[in-house]
Design a binder for this molecule. Sequence first.
Ligand code: ARG
Length: 268
Amino acid sequence: MYAARRYLMCPPAHFRVTYSINPWMDPGKPVDLRLAHAQWEDLRDRYRALGHTVEILDPVQGLPDMVYAANGATVVQGQVLGARFAHPERADEAAAHRAWYRAHGFGEVTEPVHINEGEGDFAVTGQWLLAGRGFRSSPLSHGEAQEFFGRPVIGLDLIDPRYYHLDTALCVLDPEREDVMYYPPAFSPGSRAVLARLFPQALLAEEQDAAALGLNAVSDGHHVLLPQAATGLLVPLRSRGYDPVPIDLTELLKGGGSVKCVTAELRT
Ligand code: ARG
């Protein structure tokens, strides 16, 4: 019914909120590191219990956002397009990711010319590479990714700073069936029209679930691991045949990320 996936995660050993580069981050708000660890470990263990492989990227001191492993690269059919971060605070994460891929047998590992924040802004469907722009990834990174992967890139304009990465506003539920869920108000009118044309059957999220970062979910084509506060998505997901798995990641939400942000998918 679903195939085993391979994921890459980075433990929150050095996670802090010491700067603010998105509206979710408030350096004045304390983070409970022990709880962050426990929540992160619970997610890792859930993936493993479902039969998925979770690889571990060593955290680097001084890079508090490195726990959001989805931003470090995009991997499709074993080809790795590295990241280039928009903010200097995260710049050094890119090299750590490239080094990990090189050390783990990925042949083609490319350092990009243009800014792209990995799977934060790139989402892979059966046919397309959906690509966000507006806050982080450069529109020029879309052409670069299209050339690198040889897949048609669909550029999507993000317009609400709370949904600063594509993966905060859209989730691929099943690449084979081209099934996605997204929050329309996060996108420009033109991009909404593009999404409606490509995915006429998509699950459209309500504001309350989007605001709980409910679209920041990971699907293996059957189980959908999603932030537990996004309760409004449970019934629609079940009625489409998915098995939603609520996950408590409140501490990592303080950095502006949830399930998907902390999970890079290694598509080999
Ligand atoms: N604090 C991080 C940032 O603003 C959060 C990244 C979340 N990751 C994601 N894939 N959306 O860059």
